[in-house]
Write a protein that binds this ligand. Structure first.
Ligand SMILES: Cc1cc2nc3c(=O)[nH]c(=O)nc-3n(C[C@H](O)[C@H](O)[C@H](O)COP(=O)(O)O)c2cc1C
Length: 324
């Protein structure tokens, strides 16, 4: 058990998950304490001397921070100190958004799961791009930015706006927490988008929507479109819709440990269908070095984590990498 798990987590978990999320952001704002902490606790032990890359980007280690934690790209200095092999920031949406009504998060402490119905809140693309640009001068960590939008044109604009300041762009084919139009077709959207980002200079990766990842037919179609369009990598997760009266919306997406089995199944399906033609990032319920080993053995090039950051604290990447 870490200091965080024994002392701080019980205090933090007395707060509502939404409040705890805000507090974590506030604590991670200043860079100096995290630089000091990183220096005294060997946080960078995670920079493994192994050849590890995703979508043509060389990573410091195979364990990254997943999209959603730093949606506004404002914690980059502190997050860079925590031993992650790479960071994925965003989802960055075109305009400022309030998101869904509170409560937006529910913790399931016994199973180490979390239900999320955030609805992609954020300060908008102009704000995020300004943060990325400012950080770019000091950047030493591989950086991916996840971008979203409600049309191929909006996503393409976001792609070109963040591209100069990141190693690769992760395309969100619409967040699962936003109510989808009946005729929404992520494969068609990807096809349209690929045509619009033909002149890209950095690799494009795609976050596979959770309902596509579970379908042999849809995932197969998406992979073929991605390969033909020169997409460099896909992220495959295990998030599942959940009915949760504790959420303001009454329903959301389940993440964390309870999703590990489905995430592994989805990864295996993606590996088989991609047949080595795309890089693959896996996430969903990864908490330990053994979890990472098994995803890499199943064919993932790297993983990223979110729930384990909540349940294990700021040393999670270092601890997993020490185990690797
Ligand atoms: C509170 C919360 C917010 C999230 N927000 C986003 C987001 O904005 N964009 C996105 O692509 N994924 C988002 N995710 C999904 C994570 O990137 C990740 O795929 C998911 O949490 C599974 O990993 P885990 O089991 O390690 O948590 C979010 C997840 C959580 C828990």
């Amino acid at each position: 058990m870490t200091l965080y798990e024994v002392l701080l987590r019980p205090l933090l978990f007395r707060l509502s998950p939404d409040r705890a999320h805000e507090l974590a952001h506030w604590v991670l704002r200043p860079k100096l304490p995290w630089q000091v902490l990183a220096a005294i606790s060997g946080m960078k032990d995670g920079n493994l001397p192994v050849d590890c890359s995703y979508a043509g980007v060389r990573l410091n280690n195979p364990v990254g921070l997943a999209a959603g934690f730093d949606k506004n790209c404002e914690l980059l200095d502190s997050l860079s100190e925590l031993g992650f092999g790479f960071l994925t920031v965003g989802t960055v949406m075109p305009d400022p958004r309030f998101g869904n009504p509170f409560p937006r998060l529910v913790r399931y402490e016994e199973t180490e799961g979390i239900a999320d119905s955030m609805g992609v809140p954020g300060k908008g693309r102009a704000y995020a791009v300004a943060r990325l640009k400012e950080f770019d001068k000091r950047r030493r960590i591989p950086l991916f930015c996840n971008i979203g939008g409600f049309s191929a044109q909006e996503i393409a604009q976001g792609f070109f706006d963040v591209e100069p300041y990141v190693d690769a762009v992760e395309i969100s084919l619409m967040c699962p927490n936003v109510v989808k139009p009946e005729d929404f077709n992520p494969v068609k959207l990807l096809g349209e988008l690929i045509a619009l980002i033909e002149k890209r200079r950095k690799p494009a990766t795609v976050r596979v929507p959770n309902d596509v990842a579970t379908s042999e037919a849809l995932l197969g179609e998406l992979i073929e479109v991605a390969v033909r369009g020169g997409i460099a990598g896909i992220k495959v997760a295990g998030g599942q819709p959940v009915t949760e009266p504790g959420l303001g919306t009454g329903r959301g997406t389940l993440h964390g440990r309870p999703t590990a089995a489905l995430a592994t199944e989805n990864l295996e399906r993606a590996v088989r269908l991609a047949g080595g033609r795309l890089s693959i990032k896996s996430n969903g319920g990864i908490f330990s070095s053994d979890d990472v080993r098994s995803r890499l053995a199943a064919g993932a090039d790297c993983v990223d984590i979110y729930s384990a950051f909540i349940y294990r604290g700021w040393t999670v990447a270092r601890d997993i990498n020490r185990g690797l």
